[in-house]
Design a protein around this ligand. Structure first.
Ligand SMILES: [Zn+2]
Length: 317
């Protein structure tokens, strides 16, 4: 007997909805926590017709929604927050840092900043419409905000809010001690390493933040981790170690590549990822820049600005 046919039951009161859309990551995991006042939903999926269809079907199956909580303000997680609020009168809760991010993206300040930042890093031509299609999804006011290390109710259970900057500076995980469940959002994923990049002038060294945030999660004993994309994680600490090793491997690759000759981020990016098409270069380049900045701040490489472009070279040891 399937009471809610679109949902996959994970535990007594936690269900998952895979929200699909035809771009970006193509799917995102929403989690629904059942409580006496209805379901608390965490994250929505991107703003797209396909995502709205699955949510409409889910709501039509008779679920009552208490509120929506967001892990971070990326468009694939927050995309339908405004829709839930406007059309279904669902209160939307995000961290105060996430709220600041909403305000920044609403004005498209973020896209302007990324454009000049990428130009500094020798980027190929950046699409004119960067960020444009997403700004409208940010045109709403949240109904409540939370801070770091607070408790928040997801359904009937109490979760702790854990600030995990790295993938985004406003990212939060949610932990329930009783069930040893950690909702990891985009901080820890099973099958791939989430992109770590600078998204605004406030981001200084996101990869360093990310390493600290990964270590921080190990302090919480976890049986089940609920990631924002892909498969559930049953061995969180192992997965965290694997991700740290992966980052260190890439860092070493970069150090080697700029050992004898100075290179721009884009040259380093192509050396690592090979030829990238006009639509595929953005994420790898952003990740490469974050790594070079990390290496510079840890004294492994130095940078020089020449003709408006940054060049990096290993520091001889
Ligand atoms: Zn994200």
């Amino acid at each position: 007997m399937d009471q809610f046919p679109t949902l996959t039951k994970i535990s007594e009161d936690i269900s998952q909805l895979v929200v699909r859309y035809p771009f970006g990551m193509f799917e995102m995991n929403s989690y629904l926590f059942q409580g006496e006042n209805g379901f608390t939903i965490v994250d929505t999926g991107s703003e797209a017709k396909e995502s709205i269809d699955i949510w409409e079907k889910t709501l039509a199956s008779g679920i009552k929604v208490e509120k929506l909580v967001l892990t971070h303000a990326h468009p694939d997680h927050l995309g339908l927050a405004r829709w839930f609020q406007e059309y279904h009168h669902v209160p939307v809760i995000i961290s105060s840092l996430g709220y600041k991010e909403i305000q920044r993206r609403r004005n498209n300040d973020q896209a302007k900043w990324i454009r000049s930042f990428l130009e500094n890093h020798d980027s190929p031509e950046i699409p004119q419409n960067l960020g444009n299609s997403e700004a409208a999804a940010y045109d709403f006011e949240p109904d409540g905000v939370f801070e770091n290390q607070q408790t928040i109710k997801l359904g009937n259970d109490t979760y702790k809010t854990i600030w995990t900057p790295g993938h985004s500076s406003d990212h939060f995980c949610f932990y329930n001690q009783k069930q040893q469940v950690m909702l990891t959002g985009d901080h820890v994923l099973a099958g791939l390493s989430p992109i770590i990049a600078l998204w605004s002038e406030n981001d200084v060294n996101p990869l360093k933040d990310n390493f600290a945030s990964l270590e921080e999660l190990k302090a919480y004993s976890t049986k089940l981790a609920l990631p924002g994309h892909g498969e559930l994680i049953f061995n969180l600490d192992d997965r965290i170690d694997e991700m740290i090793t992966g980052h260190k491997y890439r860092l070493q690759q970069i150090i080697n590549f700029v050992r004898n000759e100075e290179k721009t981020s884009w040259q380093v990016c192509q050396a690592i990822y090979g030829t990238l098409s006009d639509t595929k270069f953005f994420a790898p380049l952003m990740a490469t820049i974050a790594r070079l900045i990390y290496l510079e701040k840890s004294g492994e490489v130095h940078s020089k600005l020449k003709n408006g472009k940054m060049y990096y070279k290993s520091i001889a040891k």
